[in-house]
Design a protein around this ligand. Structure first.
Ligand code: DHB
Ligand code: FE
Length: 283
C-alpha cells in the first residue's frame, strides 16, 4: 500500500471507529449484569495480568511504560482497533460453540450500518475509476434444512485495492464498496466488486508501535466482511478470504478459518469469480 497525504492515520481511523462503535451501542439496551458475573470475569482477567507480571518479573519501568501506552491508546481512539485485532477472535470462538451453519468470524471495527439496499444482482457502489481486479461474488443463502432463503440480506463491506475502508479513510466517498444485497426468490445473489487488498493495521499509532516493538507484522489477509441476516434466522457475521492470499496463515487478528477461504477462478472476461453459499440457522 502506498502512503500519501490522504492515507488515513491511526488517530483518524481510531476516532472514526470509536464514533461508529458508540453509535452502534445506542441501538442496544444494556441489561443489568450481576455483581457475581462482573467479579468472576474481571477477577479472572486481573489474575491473568498478575500471573504475567510474576512470571515475567515485570519491572516498575515496564509498568509505567504500559500505563503510558494505555493512556495513548485511549487518547488515540484506538481501543476498537486494538480489541478487535487482539481479543475479538476468542469472543467469536466462544459464540461459535452454539452456532450452526456458516462459520462466523470477527466483526472488526469498520462495520457501518444503514448502507444502500441493492437487488440480488448488483454492483457495489464504487468510484468511476475504482482500481483492482474485478470480482464477481455469487451464491445462495439456505437454511440448515437446505431450503433457499428468499429476501435474505447480505450486508457486505470490504477494503479497496489499497487496503482502505470507506468511512475510515478521508479520501474515499461514503458508502464505497459497501452495500446490502437482497437475495432473489431462490435465495441467490451475484455481487460485482473489486478484489480487496490485504489490510495493514495503521502503524503510526500506539497499536502500530506495540506491533513493531514486539517484532510482529501488522497485516490481515485480504477479506470480504459480511453479515447475512433474514427474518426468523440467526444472523451470521463472517469474513471470506482468498486462497493463496498473502498473510492467510499469519493473520494478526487470528480470524481466518479454513471453511472461509474462497477459490476465485478466471471467468474468461478479465474478471475473477468466487462462489459461496451461506447456511443460516433458524431461530
Ligand atoms: C481491524 C481491521 C479490520 O479490517 C478487521 O477486519 C479487523 C480488525 C483493526 O484494525 O482492528
Ligand atoms: Fe476488515
Amino acid at each position: 500500500m502506498t502512503s500519501t497525504d490522504q492515507s488515513p492515520t491511526a488517530r483518524g481511523s481510531g476516532t472514526s471507529a470509536t464514533q461508529a462503535f458508540r453509535a452502534s451501542r445506542q441501538e442496544h439496551t444494556t441489561g443489568a449484569v450481576s455483581a457475581e458475573r462482573v467479579s468472576s470475569v474481571v477477577g479472572r482477567i486481573l489474575s491473568g495480568v498478575h500471573d504475567a507480571i510474576r512470571a515475567e518479573k515485570v519491572t516498575y519501568d515496564e509498568f509505567q511504560a504500559a500505563k503510558q501506552w494505555l493512556i495513548d491508546l485511549g487518547e488515540g481512539g484506538e481501543w476498537p482497533l486494538f480489541l478487535d485485532v487482539f481479543v475479538e477472535h476468542v469472543v467469536e470462538d466462544v459464540a461459535a460453540e452454539t452456532q450452526q451453519g456458516t462459520k462466523g468470524s470477527i466483526l472488526g471495527p469498520y462495520y457501518l450500518p444503514g448502507q444502500q439496499q441493492l437487488p440480488s444482482v448488483a454492483s457495489l457502489p464504487a468510484r468511476p475509476d475504482e482500481k483492482g481486479t474485478p470480482l464477481v461474488f455469487a451464491g445462495q443463502v439456505r437454511d440448515t434444512d437446505g431450503n433457499p432463503v428468499a429476501g435474505a440480506e447480505l450486508d457486505i463491506w470490504h477494503a479497496d485495492s489499497e487496503g482502505y475502508y470507506s468511512g475510515f479513510a478521508p479520501h474515499l466517498p461514503d458508502g464505497n464498496l459497501r452495500g446490502v444485497v437482497v437475495t432473489d426468490g431462490q435465495g441467490r445473489f451475484e455481487i460485482s466488486t473489486v478484489q480487496p487488498a490485504p489490510y495493514q493495521i495503521p502503524t503510526d499509532g500506539p497499536t502500530g508501535q506495540l506491533i513493531e516493538a514486539a517484532g510482529w507484522h501488522p497485516w490481515r489477509p485480504a477479506h470480504l466482511h459480511l453479515i447475512v441476516r433474514a427474518p426468523g434466522h440467526r444472523p451470521i457475521t463472517t469474513q471470506l478470504y482468498f486462497e493463496g492470499g498473502e498473510w492467510l496463515d499469519s493473520d494478526i487478528a487470528q480470524a481466518t478459518k479454513p471453511e472461509l477461504v474462497l477459490t476465485p477462478v478466471e471467468q474468461g472476461d478479465g474478471r475473477l469469480r468466487s462462489e459461496y453459499d451461506f447456511v443460516l440457522e433458524r431461530g
